[in-house]
Design a protein around this ligand. Sequence first.
Ligand code: COI
Length: 353
Amino acid sequence: MLDIKVTKTTAPKEKPAGALGFGKIFTDHMFVMNYTEGLGWHDARIEPFADISLSPACVVFHYGQEMFEGMKAYRGENGETYLFRPERNAARANESNRRLCIPEIPTDIFVEAVKAVVKVDEDWIPTEPGTSLYIRPFVIATDAFLGVAPSKTYLFMVILSPSGAYYSEGLAPVGIWIEDDYVRAVKGGMGYAKTGGNYACSLAAQVKAHDAGFSQVLWLDGVERRYIEEVGAMNIFFKIDGKVVTPMLNGSILPGVTRNSVLQLLTSWGIPCEERRISVDELLEAQAAGKLEEVFGTGTAAVISPVGKLRYKDDVMTIGDGGIGELSQKIYDTITGIQTGKLDDPFGWRVMI
Ligand code: COI
């Protein structure tokens, strides 16, 4: 059991009214825990949400030694609070930690920290359809030292943000730009880790895609620029001729919790699905043959995000009729139904706090 000191705010904020957007509003409290070499993780606490003070020389500011996670809490119809597969996020956090030379956080401590701060701020969980309390656990390296070396001190924090859809389009299909110049990650790099550097490196291509009227970038492999990887903020699935395919986990893409859940769901429905290499040429050929039936992204923030348009060089492919595919809608309804307690949970994914 983690000993957490709780200090409640004396000035609770107004709850937001109207559209929430994504990741813009923060609740009243945050979880904080320190790490010191020789001492381990210590001083777990929940404090009023506030700015933090750090030396400008901190390792995280210069060399990006940090990891983050994305999770959500949902409000059930009878006021229950649910998390979705939190142990998987805890396990993935430690995969990122190992890659970044950050000390691991025991899974039970990670989950307990998340549950504790969500419990304190559970009246912030929004209830409108399509909304949830987005949870952002993260670790930053705090040694004030300009040499390139793993820090000996860290902060683990969990902040909470009542949020709506990640894309301004909501569940409406998004346009995706297949990037053929910049790359996100290569084997042996840190593509599978959830760390700021992977996102910083995506920004130039994202700006390019936005300027051309597309919402997000779909990355190709870093060596041949031929094989599909992921869309920065989500994994990607294609329904080709009745079969669902998604890039296999190859070390350079993120092992998404939603990705894994969708694969399990599809298998349980008897829909053939494959995790394998998919070339951009295969997509172009499937589209030309009228066999590229649906494309959707999966992610904690993005949930299930239908793709209506894919651009590659001079080709702009409209997927299906450009609307929400039947299978994408069914997966969305099922996943969100399980997450919010509206549907049975045959996989045991839902965790009540
Ligand atoms: C998430 O889906 O939780 C993520 O962390 C993606 C993020 C870039 C918004």
